[in-house]
Each structure stands twice: as C-alpha cells, then as structure tokens.
Design a protein. Structure first.
Length: 373
C-alpha cells in the first residue's frame, strides 16, 4: 500500500489536491460561509487550518481573471493581444474547469446549491501576518507590499476605459508600485473592492487572514495605539459599504474587541471555538482523526493522541490540533510532543503582569489540578 503524503507546511488548496496530499475534507465550510451572515470574524487557535480553508474558499468562489499586464502598458500591441486572449471564452473555461475538478471528490459536491455560487465572484485574498513587526513605518511598508501583490493579481482593472475609473487609476497605480501615501494605503482595501465591483458588475468576496497578528506584535513592540488606529480605518472603510460585498471572512487567533479595530463592522458574526455553527470546519474531529490514522495504518495511535492532542473543545465535540497531529505522523518514531507555536508574546506579557497567586493557580492547572470556584 502506498504511503499517504502528509501536507506538512502546505497552505494552498490547489497544490494540496493536485499533488495528492492527504486532505481532511472541510469543504462543507463553503456552505456554512454562504449560509452565514455577510461578514464573519472567525477565531481559532493557531495552526487549526484557517489559512487552508480561506485558500479553498478562493478557489471555489473566484471568477477567472486576466493575467498580470501592468508591465506591458508601454507596449500596446502585446498588451492588447494578452487582454484579448484573457477575454477568450475558451481560456476562461479551461481555468474554470481546472478549479472545478479540485472539488470533484469532496462532500460539497453533494450540496444542492454547489454550482450556484461557484466561480461567480471576484475575490480579494490577503494575509496580515508579520505586518506588525518593527516600528510603525516598517509596518506601513509591509502592508504596502501585501496590498501591492493583491493589486497586481487584479491589474487588469487598469484596462478599463470607463471615465468612472479615471479618478481611481492614480491611487491604484501608486498602490501597485508601493508609492502610495499612508492616507491612500489606509483606504486601499475599499478601493479594490469598489473597482472589482464596477468592473465585474458582481459583488466581491473578501478574505482576510491573520487580521489580529499585527496588533499582537505591536502590543509588545511599543506601537500598538498607532497601528490600532490605522487598521481601524483600514477595516472600517473596507466594510462600511457592505452592499457590494457578497461575503467577508476575517480570520485570526484572537477576537479583538470591536471598539478596538473592528468598529466598522455594523453587523458581523463572531464565530469562536465556543460556537457550534462552524465547529467541525477547523481542527480535526474525532471521526476525522480515526479516518486519518486508518489511512496511515496507525490506528494504535488514537488513544495516546487523544490524550495529548485532543484537548480542544469546539461546540459539542473535541478537536485535535492539526499541526501536532501531522508533525507526529511524519516522524518515524511518532514522537507525541505538542509542537511549540509562535506568537505567544501576549501571553508572556500578561503573565509578567499577573500577581503571584494567579501564577500559582495557572501552574496548578497545568499540573492537572482542578479549579473550584
């Protein structure tokens, strides 16, 4: 029997499926997102599959778009040849067919509305991971780089000759070239949402990963207030006019209070580890864990893994930490260690502020004692 390929470090859904890695099927998350309110803040522990799920949403929702062409704007003949090719129905059909096949063997194909929303919407997908490192000016440069990459994915918008786009071209080009002012950068997400809506005449799907990471880093970096104020406007301007948004999914580890950075979300749904609406979409459930071990012919590991990795409770069931599970399975000795997760600086900072009695209580809990109130 062929040894299954374990998806160590794989975060791109298409790569995972096409290269035949083991995939714990979370495709029903697509239906849950469509059935959920328009804007959702989803928080789960680190390494629980948030990034992979967002990648899956992108491949499901995203309409085929023309190639990056901004570097050819000074070469009109080649530029128009590429744009004509990109607009070819057959070329679009090929891309659509490739991405449709990614879902062929997944449970979502059994959903009655599976094809209704597929490849229908323009998609924005960004991650704010590592933006908070360093002083505030470095944070702005990193955000400018993130937005520039996403604008480049959609630089076909520059080909639109409509007069309504003329006032946006300058800002778009500055963001693309990473020369935008902080003021323009602060409204860049909204600009892209608005331009995509105008171009496609369709609502936009917005996917934001690691929205809380910048503030986690800034908390110990001494620039928390500056970055908080900037990101509050960044999100407010983007989601204020949600009539042109089909779905907005914002993921992170922590649920930051809405008055801090999410003040612009007038009607968002917060889904945490304690909710049961999407409780099976992140982490490995007990049944998924047993099936995974069966594929790897390591059924005997279920009991010890339950003890070490099954300590998360979501909704009505227990969940296994995916990173720890995959890390254990890839090692020949199947070492049952919980892999250290990064970005725990806030915990360290808060522990330093705790009184001695609180530290003693936490220590006793870690040693297996019970807390009785």
């Amino acid at each position: 029997m062929k040894t299954p390929r374990l998806p160590v470090g794989i975060k791109d859904f298409k790569e995972l499926i096409t290269d035949n890695y083991i995939f714990v099927d979370k495709s029903d998350f697509i239906r849950e997102v469509i059935d959920a309110p328009k804007v959702n803040i989803i928080t789960r522990p680190q390494a629980f599959g948030k990034t992979l799920n967002l990648s899956m949403l992108r491949y499901y929702f995203e309409k085929p778009y023309p190639p990056c062409v901004h570097h050819l704007l000074d070469e009109p003949q080649e530029y128009f040849r590429l744009m004509a090719s990109a607009g070819n129905v057959n070329a679009h059909a090929t891309v659509t067919d490739e991405n449709t096949k990614l879902f062929d063997n997944l449970t979502i194909v059994n959903w009655v509305d599976y094809q209704k929303y597929m490849h229908k919407y323009p998609v924005i997908s960004i991650s704010l991971d590592d933006i908070g490192k360093g002083p505030i000016d470095m944070c702005m440069k990193r955000l400018a780089e993130v937005m520039s990459r996403e604008f480049e994915r959609h630089d076909y918008l520059l080909s639109n000759d409509s007069d309504t786009f003329e006032m946006d071209r300058k800002d778009f080009t500055q963001i693309l070239n990473r020369t935008a002012s902080p003021f323009v950068l602060q409204s860049s997400l909204y600009l892209l949402i608005r331009m995509l809506h105008k171009f496609h005449n369709e609502k936009v799907v917005v996917l934001v990963d690691d929205y809380d990471k910048p503030l986690q880093m800034a908390f110990t970096g001494g620039h928390y207030d500056e970055l908080k104020n900037f990101l509050q406007v960044f999100f407010e301007t983007a989601f204020r006019d949600n009539s042109i948004i089909f779905r907005g999914i914002v993921c992170g580890n922590l649920l930051i209070p809405d008055e801090t950075v999410l003040g612009g979300f007038d009607a968002f749904q917060a889904d945490t580890l304690l909710n049961d609406t999407m409780d099976k979409s992140f982490g490995f459930t007990e049944s998924e864990m047993k099936e995974l071990l069966d594929k790897c012919m390591l059924e005997w590991l279920y009991e010890p893994m339950s003890h070490w990795f099954g300590g998360f409770i979501s909704g009505k069931g227990h969940l296994f930490n995916p990173k720890s599970v995959i890390g254990c399975l890839q090692n020949s000795d199947h070492d049952l260690k919980v892999y250290t997760l990064k970005d725990n600086c806030i915990i360290k900072e808060l522990l330093q502020m705790c009184p001695f009695t609180t530290i003693e209580i936490i220590k006793s809990l870690l040693e297996g004692d019970h807390l009785v109130s």
